[in-house]
Design a protein around this ligand. Structure first.
Ligand SMILES: [Zn+2]
Ligand SMILES: [Zn+2]
Length: 151
């Protein structure tokens, strides 16, 4: 693992953390950076293995703890896949999820690749619920290309 760190990237993470009132720490930066680059929606264990594989010696409990801190600050998104497994998402670009009922895999589909279908109904949802809403995400359920073939 090269020791060179991209200064600009590090300060971008520092700013992202500061914006939500969090102190910059290396585990937080590594977790955010990993989730930014991989849209595999890892479980905490997968994230832990992925970081270790990149040569970063982090403990599993540190991963769990920081995932909760980052989730509570709204920097990452926590959700359950169709099998009920908790997964994490870097959530940097507005996107929706395609979830496979058979293998549980969850893929992203960018909101910008679809016609605008949710934003127009936000005012209506606000009127009906009396909530203050700012965004909407959906999960499309079905079968991924691999599972579709074997059905
Ligand atoms: Zn599948
Ligand atoms: Zn996602």
């Amino acid at each position: 693992m090269p020791r060179i760190r991209n200064k600009d990237r590090a300060s971008a993470y520092r700013e992202r953390l500061r914006n939500v009132g969090l102190r910059h720490t290396l585990p937080r930066e590594r977790i955010l950076s990993y989730l930014d680059r991989k849209n595999t929606h890892p479980t905490p264990e997968e994230l832990y293995q992925g970081l270790r594989k990149k040569g970063y010696a982090i403990g599993l409990s540190t991963v769990y703890l920081n995932l909760q801190v980052l989730r509570d600050a709204g920097l990452i998104y926590e959700f359950k896949d169709p099998k009920g497994v908790t997964r994490y998402d870097g959530y940097s670009k507005p996107h929706h999820h395609l979830a496979c009922r058979s293998c549980g895999r969850v893929e992203d589909i960018l909101a910008s690749e679809l016609p605008e279908f949710l934003e127009p109904v936000i005012p209506e949802a606000e009127a009906k619920s009396n909530w203050d809403l700012d965004s909407a995400r959906v999960t499309f359920l079905g079968y991924c290309p691999r599972c579709k073939r074997s059905r």
